[in-house]
Design a protein around this ligand. Sequence first.
Ligand code: PMP
Length: 365
Amino acid sequence: MNDRVAGLAAADRVARLVRPEIRALSAYAVPRAEGMIKLDAMENPYPLPAAVRARLDAALSRVAVNRYPDAGADAAKAALACALRIPEDHGVLLGNGSDELIQIITSALARPGAAMLAPEPSFVMYRMNALYAGMRFVGVPLERDFSLDLPATLAAVEREQPALVFLAYPNNPTGNLFAARDVEAILRASPGLVVVDEAYYAFAEASFMARVPEHPNLLILRTVSKVGMAGMRLGYAVAAPEWIAELNKVRAPYNVNALTQAAVVALLSDAGWIAEQAAAIRAERGRLESALARLPGTTVFPTQTNFALVRVADANAVFEGLKARRILIKNLHGWHPLLANCLRITVGTPEENTLLLAACTELCR
Ligand code: PMP
């Protein structure tokens, strides 16, 4: 069979076999960023401090890559629990990024007919995973200031009885922290599991971690991606051990690879650098927010993350203008009606932020 015939036969089979809702999707697009100032993906812009890098080098060279990793990832879990202060009696599950944990949680709860609820706009992977798992997705629009619409959310919880609720705390892409009392009210009213996704915890003033013992339906999701280790792909879920035991059954046996496990132990044996870099990012965030707010025609929304959400007069023009100046940010225009003309800008190094601000000053006259 020549390639063309084989291709036709494959296309025919794909059309018959792959679920239509999957065929209708586009794959997650990551723009190319070679040679650009990269402020689009909420990465920490700072490299590892030299001493930490030396610890990492030594640890990685000792990894027995001919063997499967420790299936329970016990040393990595212990390092995380100690460095990031996870209370001892909680269950912990590690994932290949918190993205994988979202998938694990969703597939464990996706009974036929079950619903997932999340505010919108929020992290797009919640909705995507509902679709992958065949769960009904219920999106509840946020208010215009991106706070939770509590009456609408509670009404949707009552009506839909969602098996799963996702609340990003602080929220991506809006950057704000929902009112804790609103999150509490949703936790109390929800019959299902409520995932409080604290991907940006290091930049926020509040956390629900300490409340896990109070709420039998609360799971905290975190990641090391925003605090300097995005390339490692490591997320963690913290909840009552009963939840973790069930979710653990859905996990692929060796989902966290041996290099990542060894790296976590080495990087977190002294974790002071994480807090120091997060503090530097928060300080730069303040500078970025006030400088952006002074530009004509911009609105800067309050943020408790490592990015700023900014509304400008013409988001497409500013985005393209920055790209032409080799600065990559995220254009959210067209994502959701509430995000009209909004741009999401990750906080970079002081030098990167200065270049960004100079470019924005030219583009937002
Ligand atoms: N949750 C939220 C709210 C996020 O913004 C992100 C990253 N954009 C993630 C989860 C996924 O993080 P990772 O898979 O890198 O751990």
